[in-house]
Design a binder for this molecule. Sequence first.
Ligand code: ZN
Length: 134
Amino acid sequence: MKHFDYIFELQIRQMEKRLPDGYNSRLGMPQNGNPMSGISDEKDAEHLLMEYRPSEDVVSWFAFRENLLFKFLRPKAVEAGLREWFSKYEGLIICDCGHLFTFSLPNGVEPGVQVTCPNCSTRHKVDLADAQTI
Ligand SMILES: [Zn+2]
């Protein structure tokens, strides 16, 4: 099961349980002060008491995201992280205008994709077989 499938299943289940009583949550706001009293069945116990460990990819993604959004990273670190998560193909093009530029294309890009020369806006069709896979 993928990470967000698990998280959303958990959230949907808990939200559906609130429907009869509005926003009130027996787990979040128990009348007797004991959140354990709000656990009503084994599925609740499985969701809320068992330790959940996301995959290493999920942990790595959220670590990168947190660093990117909330900490100062040097441009090289940002570039390396973005490449790790979003780039698959890299290449170098020498345009007819004489400008030399690099490109980086994400995973899942369609064959025949084009890149634009930043100097003259000429479109260049990229042969993914010629691009370096990273
Ligand atoms: Zn050009």
